[in-house]
Design a protein around this ligand. Structure first.
Ligand code: CA
Length: 443
């Protein structure tokens, strides 16, 4: 169902909200992503849908009876302060809601509703985390990223033997996931360079970002009941952008033998709008093609539908704006642009592998793809790759140079889908600025 094109994708649909009809908007009527917001004059968080530069307030829609044709349980889920309940109802319920919202927002809607009661200007709202995220898992699904990073540490043997058989991941930290716009404090930790005999404790000197795509679990699975590849996507509510901030010096010293820990758990930024899998239906494509000689995925990770349509064509970009660039009003500098289609593992395969041992996934859990990089230099999705572990620097338009992030740097991720014959669908912003460290003590 998630992959079918229906009337909500019709590119000729227009909304009575004029800003949703602009060519370059991330949020046309064909998108309708879900999120949670708090109007500036209110203490209550509520579920909303992004439309142009406005937010449609779902609790308010329920209040004035605009969703009364939907099942009672679905209406109740729309008035909750987070998306978990709606996510738990599964893709069929989300699809029924999307269809109703599309009708309400169309330019030719019968009796267009009272704007002031159900709309909030995006500039008048604070965008919050869309769900209570119980668990967060970060994958490593780009073979290009894995190879590039592997080469820096093991030039002769960049890719470990398990890589082409299973989607590699580690358990991330859910409590430090923050919405776009939250300032990022430079973490402190233990670092030890190869020249130093013992480690020291202080601010990370190698702060990095990672461009990733995340996906939220909709209906979960019971403990002991793995999800099959055939209906895996029914368990995915939607996608967002993820910046997996990483302290490379802390990571290098701590990651063996059990993987990343404090080098990642200090902050993860996500974009606040969740673009449903249904909204992405026009942008589905073949899973990344394995080259000759690569093993086929084991049967539990394999289906013809996944091979034919498991990929999603999303362009993801990373941009940097230094404090100096902000002061003089310069546009951010683009560090990379890559396609999510190039991931070695599909979202369905990551989800299936995660539950394959019986592990239960719950509504609102977040799974992230790992850094999205392709083969070419301008596609590499983190500074570790771009600067070859800090050994090469990049130059910003101001003449400033970077090997890793300095205080005041802002990283913004963007994601969008474009396909001939369909409306452009965007993800909105995923932004974070590295806070100035007030004291350099401990460096
Ligand atoms: Ca990562």
């Amino acid at each position: 169902m998630n992959r079918s094109i229906n009337s909500t994708h019709n590119p000729s649909l227009r909304s009575w909200i004029e800003s949703a009809n602009q060519k370059d908007t991330d949020f046309p009527i064909q998108n309708l992503p879900f999120g949670v917001f708090r109007p500036r004059n209110s203490n209550n968080s509520r579920i909303g849908v992004a439309i142009g530069d406005r937010i449609l307030d779902l609790a308010a829609c329920c209040q004035v009876g605009l969703l009364q044709e939907l099942p009672q349980e679905l209406q109740i889920a729309c008035t909750a302060p987070k998306l978990n309940q709606l996510m738990a109802m599964g893709s069929r319920a989300a699809s029924a809601l999307r269809d109703r919202l599309s009708q309400l927002l169309r330019a030719d809607a019968q009796n267009p509703p009272l704007e002031s009661k159900i709309l909030c200007s995006m500039s008048e709202a604070e965008l919050l985390l869309p769900a209570d995220i119980g668990d967060y898992t970060d994958f490593y699904a780009s073979i290009f990223h894995a190879t590039n990073v592997g080469k820096l540490f093991r030039p002769d043997n960049p890719l470990l033997p398990n890589y082409k058989y299973l989607p590699i991941a580690y358990h991330g930290r859910a409590s430090s996931i923050v919405p776009s716009g939250t300032a990022i404090a430079r973490p402190k930790g233990q670092r030890k360079s190869s020249q130093e005999p013992i480690p020291s404790f202080g601010f990370s000197q190698s702060l990095d970002y990672e461009v990733e795509v995340g996906f939220f679990i909709g209906s979960g699975n019971q403990l002991g009941h793995p999800i099959s590849i055939d209906n895996a996507e029914e368990h995915i509510f939607g996608l967002c952008l993820v910046n997996d901030w990483s302290a490379r010096d802390i990571q290098a010293w701590e990651y063996q033998p059990l993987g990343p820990f404090l080098s990642k758990s200090f902050a993860t930024t996500i974009s606040p709008w969740v673009v449903t899998l249904e909204a992405l239906a026009p942008f589905r494509c073949q899973a990344f093609g394995r080259v000759e000689g690569d093993p086929p995925p084991l049967p539990y990770l394999s289906s013809s539908l996944n091979t034919e349509l498991g990929g999603i064509e999303i362009a993801v970009e990373a941009l940097l704006r230094s404090e100096q660039m902000r002061v003089v009003g310069m546009q951010p500098f683009r560090l990379s642009c890559a396609s999510f289609q190039s991931m070695y593992w599909t979202v369905a395969q990551m989800l299936v592998h995660h539950s394959s041992n019986g592990c239960n996934l719950r509504p609102g859990d977040l799974l992230a793809s790992g850094t999205v990089s392709e083969a070419e230099a301008e596609t590499q999705g983190c500074l570790l790759e771009i600067t070859q572990r800090g050994s090469k620097s990049i130059q910003l338009p101001t003449g400033e140079v970077r090997s890793y992030l300095v205080d005041g740097d802002e990283i913004e991720l963007r994601g969008y889908c474009e396909q001939e014959g369909y409306a452009r669908v965007g993800f909105g912003e995923c932004r974070g600025t590295v806070l100035s460290t007030s004291t350099k003590s401990g460096v």
